[in-house]
Design a binder for this molecule. Structure first.
Ligand code: UDX
Length: 451
């Protein structure tokens, strides 16, 4: 198939490169010339394992180009995938970029005789595709939906695993306006990707995406709530509790006696909360969208509330342990919202930094690749400094908080805490250290969900 992709952000670029790798002819479109030039120089503007190698491959193979020329892309392809940003601001999802893209595509479709499918890939609140996008396309093209195709095909990519997730999806959700739209979209995936294709209407596709993210986020907040109960009970480890729960076959499908995927319930893991560009934004957007429809969600709201307070609690627990945090040197291991990314959007580290600074602590933060991004958001001053490596951060610290489960931090030897720190107190926000091993070395260990 010949496919245009509008927007070379995370979803757009990964989808473009992967679809080209699977043999489709892809043109990625963006207004930002510098990004297009960068991509055509075979460099990826985002950090994503495996993406740059694949980009080089598809450019060499001739199945992928990046361009600013939307008109020629739409005129010469069968499908336009809209993968522009849908930021959350002022308590609502902002659909301006979606609307603009639909208008620009529609104006080109006015002149195009051949059938063309417009497919939304960005995460949008239910009804966006069959109302806003359809109306804008109809008004700008002068055609009725049906004369052009309309589809909604959400992405379930995780940062750091985006290429793998795209190439080996669990399912393809295809929301279609009519049968013809579905048939065209099916050709993108059928027999090319090894996954079931789920045919639904446009708003069901949109709803599946939000429901998936809200469920995973809710599993995390649920785990964090159980962790708090465990801390109060004492001598109970939330990790053991959740493992004991998830081995239930009702969570984990089995073949014979073998669990298909023991990692499947991995979102039942307590810690200092979820962050990133998707979960917080999408769960908030779903809540506010539903509220506008007349139902203020309760469970989803609680998921968000628990996630706001979870990073605060780790600071409060440390404060209770040390007596005060004022003028204490606190090392912060990890700034990224999860390992293997430099993304700090909505990272629990930002809340932890705010809470520590509010208590007049001196923060010494370290992260393998996310320091530059953090400086851009919260700056750098006498009370908030950045270390070159974890040894420097730990030097003479009164306590350390582990925020991101980077593999390098998990390897820190227990006696390094004892040797380097003034007082070896470790607050483990991701439960990557072994309490017994650390305590045997003389470390005071505070683990989420363990007291
Ligand atoms: C998520 C969804 O997984 C993906 O399907 C969707 O398309 C986009 O949002 P991503 O934001 O890349 O992907 O991150 P993910 O790996 O799912 O982790 C999200 C957050 O949850 C991280 O902050 C992580 O640390 C946290 N988390 C995850 C937990 O706190 N506990 C867990 O058990 C799992």
């Amino acid at each position: 198939m010949k496919i245009s992709i509008i927007g070379t952000g995370y979803v757009g670029l990964v989808s473009g490169v992967c679809l080209a790798a699977r043999g489709h002819q892809v043109t990625c479109i963006d207004k930002r010339t510098e990004i297009i030039d960068q991509i055509n120089r075979q460099e990826t503007p985002i950090f994503e394992p495996g993406l740059e190698e694949l980009l080089k491959e598809v450019i060499a193979k001739g199945t992928f180009i990046a361009s600013t020329d939307l008109r020629s892309a739409v005129m010469n392809t069968d499908i336009s995938l809209i993968a522009v940003g849908t930021p959350f601001g002022n308590g609502k999802i902002d659909l301006t970029y979606i609307e603009n893209s639909a208008r620009e595509i529609g104006e080109i479709l006015k002149e195009k005789a051949q059938y063309h499918v417009v497919c939304v890939k960005s995460t949008v609140v239910p009804t966006t595709t069959d109302t806003l996008v359809r109306q804008v396309l109809e008004a700008s093209s002068g055609k009725r939906a049906g004369e052009f195709g309309l589809a909604m095909n959400p992405e379930f990519l995780r940062e750091g695993k985006a290429v793998e997730d795209f190439m080996y999806p669990d399912r393809i959700v295809l929301g279609a306006y009519d049968q013809q739209s579905f048939e065209v979209m099916k050709k993108v995936y059928d027999g090319i990707f090894d996954a079931p294709i789920i045919k639904v209407n446009l708003r069901t596709a949109e709803m599946i995406k939000y429901t998936a993210n809200a469920l995973l986020a809710t599993l995390i907040s649920y785990s964090n709530e159980i962790a708090l109960i465990c801390e109060n009970v004492g001598s109970v480890d939330v990790k053991d509790v959740l493992e004991g729960v998830t081995l239930d076959k009702r969570f984990n499908p089995v073949i014979g006696n073998q669990l298909i995927n023991p990692e499947m319930i991995s979102y039942l893991r307590a810690g200092c909360g979820f962050g990133g560009s998707c979960f917080p934004k999408d769960v908030k957007a779903l809540a506010s969208f539903s509220e506008d429809l007349g139902y203020a969600p309760r469970m989803i709201q609680t998921t968000l509330d628990i996630n706001e307070t979870q990073p605060v609690r780790i600071v409060e627990r440390l404060e209770a342990t040390l007596g005060t945090l004022a003028n204490k040197k606190i090392a912060l291991l990890g700034l990224a919202f999860k390992p293997d990314t430099d993304d700090i959007r909505e990272s629990p580290s930002l809340i932890i930094i705010r809470e520590l600074l509010n208590r007049q602590a001196q923060v010494y933060a370290v992260d393998p690749i996310a320091i530059e991004n953090t400086k851009k958001v919260v700056g750098e001053n006498g009370m908030l400094l950045y270390a070159d490596d974890y040894q420097q951060a730990l030097q003479d610290a009164d306590a350390v908080i582990l925020v991101t489960s980077w593999a390098d931090f998990a390897k820190i030897a227990p006696d390094e805490f004892v040797k380097l720190m003034k007082t070896p107190v470790v607050a483990d926000g991701r439960r990557i250290f072994d309490k017994n091993v650390l305590e045997a070395a003389g470390v005071q260990y505070l683990g989420v969900g363990l007291a």
